[in-house]
Design a protein around this ligand. Structure first.
Ligand code: SF4
Ligand code: SF4
Length: 343
């Protein structure tokens, strides 16, 4: 399996890496078997987070006995040093390890720096000095913050959304990371499920040898698809470029990427799905979204109290409440066309 150097960490990681957010949704035994299968097939890089409920625990169950053969990246949402230390202690216990290869600040709204009143950067450096954290990384959804982190020289890795739908400015970050020898970990390479052509996505990102996509995997079938692409890498040919261009046209502009940073909503609207429902209806098997449960979920949009919390939290600066209202109408137009009456 192809390995690449992850920036100045010097770690050699498989360019097909395992994003362990989706394993939250499956039972421990199933998740552990899937993670172990990935390892047995040669995957050596696994990304998780303190905030992904029991994902770290599942990694611990699957990989504790082969710890030295894998690279584990996790994340903390901590806003203060004390919380960071508590998070790291919990991560170590769940992962059944005494060190974390890459500890990332999880999508902070500012770039932690030495001497900051929050104590975050000084705290993580202490952990690094103790050998508990090997490398310091950061994740972000905002281009300006990502750029600041890379240019600060304080971070060995940047995790940022990147797919063939990304803008030229996002791809400029890839170059910036190369210049500063920062490892680029790509999240949302399938744009939160909106890209359905895994081969095109794989081939497109393979053009960048300093980019390591972490594919979010929940089923063996999904993993097998990426393993097969690794064995027989697809060529970015004319047909594929045409499909990518068509997708870009369909999905250009202000669309919800499903990142979930605007949640939870005080009236329980499942925003990360509801705000891109019309795209999901076109791009995924739509029947699942016409279930009674989803009809009820979409009805909740009418309960929006316009508190503005989601709008403020959205890293893509979307007018989320308006987007939800538009999606509500599109949803019921679609449902009616498919024989489901509007309430
Ligand atoms: S504005 Fe509406 S959708 Fe957004 S968080 Fe508030 S209640 Fe939820
Ligand atoms: S509305 Fe914005 S913050 Fe919320 S899920 Fe979509 S992209 Fe993410």
């Amino acid at each position: 399996m192809k390995k690449v150097r992850l920036g100045r960490t010097g770690l050699m990681v498989t360019q097909t890496a395992f994003g362990a957010l989706p394993v939250q949704r499956i039972p421990v035994s199933e998740a552990a078997a899937l993670l172990r299968y990935a390892f047995d097939q040669g995957v050596n890089f696994f990304d998780t987070a303190r905030g992904y409920s029991d994902s770290e625990e599942k990694l611990g169950a699957a990989l504790a006995d082969v710890r030295s053969e894998v690279v584990i990246a996790t994340k903390s949402f901590a806003k203060k040093e004390e919380q960071l230390l508590r998070d790291v202690e919990a991560s170590l216990a769940k992962l059944k390890t005494d060190y974390i290869d890459i500890l990332q600040f999880h999508n902070p709204g500012f770039i932690p720096k030495p001497g900051g009143a929050d104590g975050l950067y000084d705290g993580i450096r202490k952990l690094q000095d103790q050998g508990v954290v090997r490398h310091i990384g950061i994740t972000n959804h905002k281009g300006s913050l990502a750029e600041e982190a890379v240019e600060s020289g304080l971070y060995a890795t940047l995790q940022f959304p990147l797919s063939y739908l990304s803008s030229a400015a996002d791809f400029a970050l890839v170059d910036l990371c190369r210049q500063h020898d920062v490892g680029f970990i790509a999240m949302k390479a399938l744009s939160g499920g909106l890209i359905t052509d895994a081969a095109a996505s794989f081939a497109y990102l393979r053009q960048y040898d300093n980019v390591v996509p972490i594919w979010g995997i929940q089923r063996r079938q999904e993993l097998d698809e990426f393993l097969a692409l690794e064995v027989d890498p697809p060529t970015l040919d004319h047909g594929m470029l045409q499909r990518i261009a068509a997708d870009r046209e369909d999905l250009s502009g202000s669309f919800c990427r499903g990142c979930g940073y605007c949640m939870p909503c005080p009236v329980d609207i499942p925003i990360s799905m509801a705000a891109r429902m019309s795209l999901l209806l076109q791009r995924a098997p739509y029947q699942q979204f016409l279930s009674e449960q989803w009809q009820e979920n979409m009805q909740r949009i009418l309960d929006c109290i316009d508190c503005g919390q989601c709008r403020r939290a959205c890293p893509y600066e979307l007018d989320t409440p308006q987007l939800l209202r538009d999606e509500y109408n599109r949803y019921w137009d679609f449902a009616e066309q498919h024989g489901v009456p509007r309430p």
